[in-house]
Design a protein around this ligand. Structure first.
Ligand code: ADP
Length: 368
């Protein structure tokens, strides 16, 4: 049938809509009309349901809490009521419904009934739940892994300490080793044990990083003054200069932020070019919702092929005989920036200096 009257055409279309259940209710919530979408979503035919109260779509719990009636009175009072929750189909199965109840008025503005539109959002809600569950599982696995690293590294320290103690005892109690040259071997073993101790300590620190952290305001200018003071010996010995300007006050985990700056600055000093004064600068600018900090040096630089690898734990690009280190510093930096919901990266070319940058949200909206 062809409808010339646009009003009739609209009514006919409402009846045909399948993605929304569109029904009209009288003042007491009795169902007066029913479209095809309602049949599809709720499973009743118009014949089954017209004349019944719309509360049949609600779970027994919602019914005894009086939810259907309170939604109607809200729509009566405010003209509109919105609610999302589990609803019941004819066959007893449930779906997640997003419901808008709108009051219909006569020409005098008196409420005469309601129009109720329901969307089935079950798929969306289940997907959201799935993502939440997976996130919770991932967080739990992460905690377990950190716990494992903590316990393993803690337990590994013990036998190492014993090795070192007994080597010291051997040196004290068997002085003849000085004559036989065995001392050289003992020293190498001792140095390796020391180094392993350092690596394990680094792992322990890495696993514990941020476990007790609380966010506060951090004035980065003041922080940088303190760091410069702390590093004055290293700056003096290396002849490097450290400058900084226009650093903001941020909301952050203070000890971790300090460690982040210290790691980046000490790397910038350590990886300077021989025969050239090291110049390190710390700056910051706001980019949208984030502060973007940069630590720039004029040092040896890093080839692009290694820009991602260096943030992994124990990854180093140089032998220890040239540059001392454990390869944990940048892994710590990455973990600290992750804790702050930011990103960290580097722009650099071999031999051209490096800029390590990281972002910190201006405002925190996520919880850890
Ligand atoms: P470590 O400094 O103990 O070696 P890091 O995790 O701090 O460990 O750094 C990993 C590697 O990244 C370093 O060994 C070095 O090769 C490279 N790197 C870090 N910072 C710089 C820098 N500012 N300039 C050049 N290379 C750097």
């Amino acid at each position: 049938m062809l409808y010339e009257d646009p009003q009739l055409r609209l009514l006919n279309t409402l009846d045909e809509i399948e993605d929304y259940a569109i029904i009209s209710l009288d003042l007491s919530g009795t169902i007066e009309s029913w479209n095809r979408g309602a049949e599809k979503i709720k499973g009743y035919t118009a014949h089954d349901i017209i004349g019944k109260n719309f509360s049949v779509f609600y779970t027994p719990g919602d019914q005894s809490d009086g939810l259907p009636a309170s939604l109607l009175s809200l729509a009566y009072k405010d003209g509109r009521a919105y609610h999302e929750g589990w609803r019941v189909r004819r066959d007893g199965t449930t779906f997640w419904g997003a419901v808008v109840i709108t009051a219909s008025h006569d020409s005098n503005g008196v409420v005469t009934g309601f129009c109720k539109i329901t969307r089935d959002l079950t798929e969306r809600i289940l997907n959201e739940q799935l993502i939440k569950d997976q996130l919770a599982e991932l967080k739990q696995k992460n905690r377990e892994l950190e716990q494992f690293v903590y316990i393993a590294s803690h337990d590994l320290q013990e036998p190492l300490l014993t090795i070192k103690d007994f080597m010291d005892l051997a040196k004290d109690e068997f002085p003849y080793v000085f004559e036989t040259g065995v001392e050289l071997y003992l020293n190498v073993i001792h140095q390796s044990a020391d180094r392993m101790s350092g690596l394990i300590r680094g792992l322990l620190d890495y696993s514990r990083l941020g476990s007790k952290a609380v966010r506060t305001e951090v004035d980065c200018m003041q922080l940088m003054e303190a760091i410069k003071e702390d590093m004055s010996a290293s700056l003096r010995n290396s002849g490097a200069s450290l400058t900084y300007e226009n650093l903001p006050v941020i909301t952050a985990f203070p000890l971790e932020i300090r460690q982040l700056f210290q790691n980046l600055i000490s790397n910038a000093i350590k990886f300077r070019k021989t025969g050239q004064q090291g110049i390190v600068n710390v700056s910051c600018k706001q980019e949208g919702e984030y502060w973007k900090f940069s630590v720039t040096d004029n040092g040896i630089g890093i080839a692009p092929a290694f820009h991602e690898r260096i943030f992994m734990i124990f990854q180093r690009l140089h032998p220890r005989s040239i540059y001392e280190g454990t390869g944990i510093g940048l892994a710590n930096c990455k973990k600290i920036v992750d804790m702050h919901s930011g990103i960290i990266g580097v722009t650099s070319e071999q031999g051209q200096g490096s800029t390590f940058y990281f972002t910190i949200p201006v405002k925190y909206s996520t919880s850890r």
